[in-house]
Design a protein around this ligand. Structure first.
Ligand code: HPA
Length: 267
């Protein structure tokens, strides 16, 4: 039976132990190898992929996003719930809040951001009007309501190149441009999921206010501390969403660009 649902765990979300009968699988793709843990939750097979590798060893600009998404596609995954620790540049989105982002601004610089590099693989211009699935975000919000969590439906995720944090001047610029959140990983992950025809949404967890809004210098430890405090809520939110998803749900995301990826993974 193929695995239909995956969680991509970001910073502070490393624990697949909510799943039972866990096995580890390495998946090779034309873009390199990725590793997932596959287990069961309420009778559904669920894959757990740790975005930053074992022990947070891969920085955001060096994550092999293509191998990760191609690997999940190869497993048969149709829905991805991603998690992300983010800084906030919107005073309404406070540390500890969840945000189901609906748009992105792309400030990355050095990452392969498409499966389709021309030549025999062709050229694909994927539509990203709704990069984060509106249907999936709605289910997440229902679960957040049930859990009485503090959340925001919609938000603009500014993806920076990292691995450094931002300057206060950059934070001011991002705010002027309409950004709500800053993080280092959503692009190209969301774009590749879309190219692969996988329905994708992100649960952002606000860990801090952006540089210059926050009075203190930012540290990774501070980010981890807030993630840790809210880990149980994040887990409940992800699992509650999986619980509500039907395995054969169909969604417009699946046909954003369905044919070419299939050909590409056939190798
Ligand atoms: N900036 C970029 N990425 C982040 C931040 C931030 O302030 N907090 C958590 N991830």
């Amino acid at each position: 039976m193929s695995v239909r649902i995956a969680i991509i765990g970001g910073t502070g979300v490393y624990d697949p132990n909510i799943l039972s009968n866990i096995r580890e699988e390495k998946i090779s793709t034309p873009f390199g190898e990725t590793a997932v843990k596959i287990g069961q939750y309420q009778g559904k097979d669920v894959a757990f992929l740790n975005r930053h590798g074992a022990g947070h060893s891969v920085p955001p600009h060096l994550v092999n996003y293509r191998a990760n998404i191609a690997g999940l596609k190869k497993l048969g995954v149709k829905t991805i719930i991603a998690t992300a620790a983010v800084g906030s540049i919107n005073e309404k989105m406070k540390p500890g809040d969840f945000v189901f982002c609906d748009q992105f601004l792309d400030f990355t610089k050095s990452r392969p951001s498409t499966f389709f590099e021309g030549g025999e693989n062709g050229v694909v211009h994927v539509d990203v009007t709704d990069p984060y699935c509106p249907g999936l975000r709605k289910v997440m919000a229902q679960v957040a309501d049930e859990l009485k969590l503090s959340y925001h439906q919609g938000g603009v995720y500014v993806t920076t190149e990292g691995p450094r944090y931002e300057t206060p001047a950059e934070i001011k610029m991002f705010k002027k441009l309409g950004g709500d959140l800053v993080g280092m990983t959503s692009v190209p992950e969301v774009v590749l999921a879309r190219e692969a025809g996988i329905c994708y949404a992100t649960v952002c967890m606000v860990t801090n206010f952006g540089a210059g809004i926050s009075e203190n210098p930012l540290t990774h430890e501070e980010v981890l501390e807030v993630m840790d405090k809210n880990a149980e809520n994040l887990r409940k939110l992800a699992m509650g969403t999986i619980s509500k998803l039907s395995l054969d749900r169909e969604c417009g995301c699946h046909t954003a660009v369905s044919g070419p990826m299939h050909e590409l993974l056939k190798g």
